[in-house]
Design a protein around this ligand. Structure first.
Ligand code: DON
Length: 306
């Protein structure tokens, strides 16, 4: 069954009472100011049709959802052997900003979707692109068909001012020889990617290439191959929700990626891309109400990869 706007509105009404059970991220002070009551959802079919409800057109900080875009760019720039020598493909079972495994595993992050993995990928982009921030912006504007997308400089600066943990992660990886550039300029790029401001509609359109074998909406050629798209979806299904990946697979059953801004993107390969936004997070840093909305949607439309 195809979701309709009525179905999406109904699901938002059902999950709205859960607002208050999670916590808006406050370790990045600029994010703490976002009202907890925001709630939006958008579905983009592979034919380009969009169905939406709630605050689906309001922009928010995509945070770690950007890690998927960084990996996509890196896959186009590096041979698989070069890329996967520097970052793994296994779930971490640890918090997204944990350093414990990094020390024990010689500075090689478990996967590209935890902070250490995305920071290594940012280092790789920095080495091969002359203007990585510009290239990223160009990519999201093209994929979302929205030329208005910008970096939120207030959020990026707020992260830069509270960067001790991410900087420690980068320096630790450098001590193991898994970081090739100066730490702060690379982190500056990483924070900008996280500070991209996008709406649920923008996100659902942007990530439609993962539901469509690497082929973005509105572009003539695929941005990645069908095999690379399968690879990213597999990593999203196992690692996209951090130490909450198993719970998300159990409840929602779709490859997905969350961000501490409260957004989650979920993919139904071959069919549709879904984006939800609700700022309060659960203990793993994933949107609490967003996960509940996706769980209900997956049950109502009978879609899951399992
Ligand atoms: O580096 C950080 O901690 C944030 N910019 C991104 C973390 C994040 O979104 C984790 N997601 N749930």
């Amino acid at each position: 069954m195809k979701p309709t706007e009525t179905l999406l509105n109904g699901i938002l009404d059902e999950v709205r009472p859960l607002i208050g059970q999670g916590k808006v991220a406050n370790y990045i002070p600029a994010l703490a100011e976002v009202p907890a009551s925001k709630l939006g959802i958008a579905v983009c079919y592979n034919d380009g049709e969009i169905i939406q409800a709630g605050d689906s057109q309001e922009s928010f900080s995509i945070q770690s959802i950007s890690k998927v875009l960084s990996l996509t760019l890196a896959m186009a720039l590096y041979e698989p052997d070069e890329l996967w020598a520097r970052v793994g493909k296994e779930p971490s079972g640890q918090a997204f900003n944990s350093m414990i495994q990094l020390e024990l595993e010689n500075g090689i992050p478990r996967n590209p979707f935890i902070n250490p993995g995305a920071i290594v990928i940012s280092d790789m982009l920095y080495s091969r692109l002359c203007a990585p921030q510009y290239r990223m912006l160009e990519l999201v504007r093209e994929l979302s068909c929205n030329p208005q997308i910008v970096y939120d400089k207030i959020v990026a600066n707020s992260e830069m001012q509270h960067s001790d943990r991410n900087a420690s992660i980068a320096y630790l990886m450098r001590s193991f020889g898994n970081f090739n550039n100066e730490v702060m300029p690379v982190l500056n790029n990483y924070f900008s990617y996280c500070a991209l401001k996008m709406s649920c509609v923008d996100l659902a359109r942007t990530f439609s290439y993962l539901a469509n074998k690497g082929q973005p909406l509105g572009a003539k050629t695929p941005i990645i191959s069908q095999t690379q798209s399968k690879h990213i979806n597999a990593l999203l299904a196992t690692c996209g929700l951090y130490d909450g990946a198993g719970e998300f697979a159990y409840r929602v059953g779709m490859p997905g990626k969350s961000g501490v801004g409260g957004g989650i993107v979920a993919i139904v390969p071959g069919e549709m891309t879904i984006a939800v936004w609700s700022p309060e997070l659960d203990q793993s840093g994933n949107s609490l109400v967003g996960t509940a909305a996706l769980e209900k949607l997956s049950a109502r439309i009978g879609r899951s990869i399992f």
